[in-house]
Design a protein around this ligand. Sequence first.
Ligand code: RDL
Ligand code: RDL
Ligand code: RDL
Length: 158
Amino acid sequence: MDRIGVVDTMFARVDMGSIAENRLAGMEGFGERFKAVRRTVPGIRDLAVACRQLIERENCEVVLACGMPGGDDLDRIRAHEASQGIMMAQVLAGKHVLEAFVHAQEEPDPVKFTELCRQRVGAHAVNAYWLLYAPEELRKRAGQGVRQGGPDAGPLPG
Ligand code: RDL
Ligand code: RDL
Ligand code: RDL
């Protein structure tokens, strides 16, 4: 059976990994063609190596890296470092690692923030599935201004 990896953090204030797992569980072929393999790490800077391990040791075909950078300057630097690590992990492994980050400063209202997490992580879980099983779904949306979590920007005229 194929494996899709999901890594999330204890630092996040929303259970992002469960959002991803639940979304994947609703996709066609779950439990037959593929399953989810879940790991949790302390914080965003620990995601990259966990993603690499899921690819190398657990044979995941694609991994979703879920994280929540906090709102201060140090957190923003950490987020940049974490992203660089995730980029390196996926390039070295030659497999996609989708970064589903939701930054604390994106939405001040806690209820809306949780909904933003649900939307973005869910959308990237579907993107991971599409990368693996339905690349034509991505191709259909080329240049369409697609966003994850907010309204789509849409295509420019002409
Ligand atoms: O390796 C242990 C920690 O350094 C690592 O888990 C960090 O990612 C934890 N962390 C910070 O140290 C920090 O300053 C996190 C953040 N900010 C953050 O904004 N979000 C995190 N972790 O998930
Ligand atoms: O790995 C999944 C996403 O993290 C990845 O596709 C990002 O490149 C998506 N993305 C952002 O997260 C962002 O904050 C993009 C932009 N900004 C951007 O300005 N342009 C993009 N993607 O094409
Ligand atoms: O245009 C509004 C947002 O799309 C823009 O502010 C993005 O930069 C927000 N964003 C992130 O900050 C991020 O870390 C997005 C993603 N990741 C993402 O994966 N997909 C997005 N936005 O559409």
